[in-house]
Design a protein around this ligand. Structure first.
Ligand code: BG6
Length: 301
């Protein structure tokens, strides 16, 4: 789908613009009186969201590489239909293929309260057959306003049951991760990926002083990122999701990544809405599942 077709199809109002990044990736830009956002059509990946009078809420690596079939470091990558390494075939790409696939834009509409909703469907033709593990329909809608909402819907179009894992891998912009705390996970069990996958229990808020890579299981509560440097709280409310992944690579891991600068890890934190590990989903033929999340910001003195 090219930009001209999209522009014609959706008669885009003045608030929207379709642009092409230097690397040829089409991006939908949204500017309303309440917020601005940009979404890459490759991966249906939101790459920025900034409510009016706020610092950006979503972090995009200053060294992110945008290019065909490249995963973009930052924003909200869609990990689907598996999270992390594929469980039986190490040759398959980490976090599945949705984040590098092309998606079709199926609808762009203005809603009340200055919200704009962009709906996508994964274009299966853009996925190489050797990595497409089964046939499945997946749709994503992103509603941009003073609140940001993502809704990921999977429908099993096979004649057999399928099992998937998934994550909305949100990267948040924080003042200094060493001062941040994440509440909402107290008492939850987590799989500690930096300690041989040991199962541990969270006591109190999550604090950051080293590499952190945790899969919290059976989590339903709101998570709040409290950020004293940017003087705000980011609220994460989810539905249809039983896992929360918390990740910061810290300095040593970040240094091994081509798309992260030296001190960038201090300014980002992933708190991901997910269904992974024990919370992976099995869908019967014809069955659908929806996982959604809303992000909002409140100021603290
Ligand atoms: C997190 C995982 O969700 O994503 C980490 O828990 C992983 O283990 C990280 O390193 C980044 O993954 P990638 O494939 O985008 O480098």
């Amino acid at each position: 789908m090219n930009l001209e077709t999209l522009n014609k199809q959706f008669e885009l109002p003045g608030k929207l613009q379709l642009t092409v990044s230097d690397s040829g990736i089409p991006v939908v830009e949204i500017n309303t009186p309440v917020s601005s956002a940009a979404i890459s059509i490759q991966g249906a990946q939101l790459v920025s969201w900034t409510p009016v009078d706020e610092e950006p809420v979503i972090w995009l690596s200053p060294s992110a590489i945008l290019g065909p079939n490249k995963a973009i470091r930052g924003g909200i990558p869609i990990c689907w239909p598996w999270f992390g390494p594929h469980e039986s075939d190490g040759r398959l790409p980490s976090h599945g293929y949705a984040r590098t696939a092309l998606w079709d834009v199926v609808e762009i509409v203005e809603l009340e309260d200055e919200q704009v909703r962009v709906s996508f469907r994964l274009d299966k033709r853009s996925v190489p057959t050797e990595i497409m593990t089964f046939d499945c329909e997946v749709e994503l809608s992103i509603s941009v306003g003073s609140i940001l909402t993502l809704d990921l819907r999977t429908t099993n179009s096979n004649s057999n049951p399928i099992t998937i894992s998934e994550a909305l891998h949100s990267y948040f912009n924080v003042g200094d991760v060493r001062n941040v705390e994440v509440s909402g996970l107290d008492g939850c069990s987590y799989l500690d990926k930096v300690d041989a996958g040991r199962i541990k229990e969270q006591l109190g808020a999550v604090l950051f002083s080293q590499e952190t890579d945790r899969v919290y299981i059976d989590t339903v509560s709101e998570c709040i990122i409290s950020d004293p440097v940017l003087q705000r709280k980011i609220h994460i409310n989810k539905q249809g999701s039983l896992s929360t992944v918390v990740w910061n690579p810290w300095s040593e891991k970040a240094a091994q990544m081509a798309d992260m600068g030296e001190n960038d890890y201090l300014h980002m934190l992933c708190v991901e809405t997910a269904n992974v590990a024990n919370n992976s989903l099995t869908l019967n033929p014809g069955e659908s599942h929806e996982m959604s999340v809303s992000y909002s910001v409140s100021r603290v003195a």
